[in-house]
Design a protein around this ligand. Structure first.
Ligand code: DGL
Length: 272
């Protein structure tokens, strides 16, 4: 019996486990969808690598997932979305969505004064992708960026509150707050789970900027895309299947932190 296109899974990939924050948002909005998640945990982080290397890794990830049969591919990694989305969209037969456009649109909609701050990896910030996308969504909007690399290992270590993440966030946010941004876009898969220290840091600097992240906006865009093409799954609860390219000892703990619930079985795969 052949599957209807709407019964096929959504593929989601990230450089590691942080993309499970996007899976969590998609499952909240679309609980009936089957999802195949791939975390390239053997090669994380992508955020410090050159664009050429990130594009090569992204092709491996996308190729592995599309070989399983998908109706939609979601690039959960901001760094990949920033530098590899045009190549993937051109080469693949399934529709491909990246987190940059979704996050940029929600930041552009949220700012009242047209001044947005963005934090992300060095790769994302260096690509200028958020600056371009926010300007496209809201011409004339000022965008100030700051790479915040230390927040990634803090999130992975589970240091989600307390002095260390607070002080790191405060240091990164200072230049953005001094520009008077009224919206802070969390432009990295790992940052949504650090929203408490980030919020505290903003307030300690005297800012009441609103925080937006790409995960929630991405989930809304996935629903709209599937609705428009009549591809919404017709089942109550979908299955989440996780693949990783390496399984670190702390895998279950870290993955569950990002997903917000225990992750089931994971299958180690070789995609290179
Ligand atoms: N997934 C990456 C991102 O959203 C963060 C971790 C990494 O550097 O690979 O940009």
């Amino acid at each position: 019996m052949s599957l209807e296109p709407r019964d096929l899974p959504i593929g989601v990939f990230d450089s590691g486990l942080g993309g499970l924050t996007v899976v969590r948002a998609i499952r909240e909005v679309l609980p009936g969808e089957d999802i195949l998640y791939l975390g390239d945990s053997a090669r994380v982080p992508y955020g410090t690598r050159s664009a050429g290397t990130v594009i090569r890794y992204a092709r491996n990830c996308a190729g592995f997932l599309t070989d399983q049969g998908l109706k939609l591919l979601v690039v959960a990694c901001n760094t990949v979305s920033a530098v590899a989305l045009p190549a993937l969209s051109k080469e693949l037969l399934v529709p491909v969505l990246g987190v940059i456009a979704a996050g940029a649109r929600s930041a552009a909609a949220a700012t009242k004064i047209g001044r947005v701050g963005v934090i992300g990896t060095a790769g994302t910030v260096g690509s200028g992708a958020y600056v371009r996308e926010i300007a496209a969504a809201r011409p004339g909007c000022e965008v100030h960026q700051q790479a915040a690399p230390l927040l990634v290992p803090l999130a992975e270590e589970g240091w989600l509150d307390g002095e260390l993440p607070f002080l790191a966030a405060r240091r990164y946010l200072e230049p953005l707050v001094s520009k008077g941004v009224d919206v802070l876009l969390l432009g990295c898969t790992h940052y949504p789970i650090l929203n408490r220290p980030i919020w505290r840091a903003l307030h300690s600097l005297g800012s009441d900027a609103a925080m937006v992240d790409s995960a929630t906006a991405m989930a809304t865009e996935v629903r709209e895309t599937l609705e428009t093409s009549s591809l919404l799954a017709d089942r109550e609860r979908g299955r989440l299947t996780c693949f990783v390219t390496d399984r670190p000892a702390s895998f279950h703990e870290v993955a569950s932190r990002f997903l917000g619930e225990p992750v089931g079985d994971v299958e180690p795969v070789d995609i290179s």
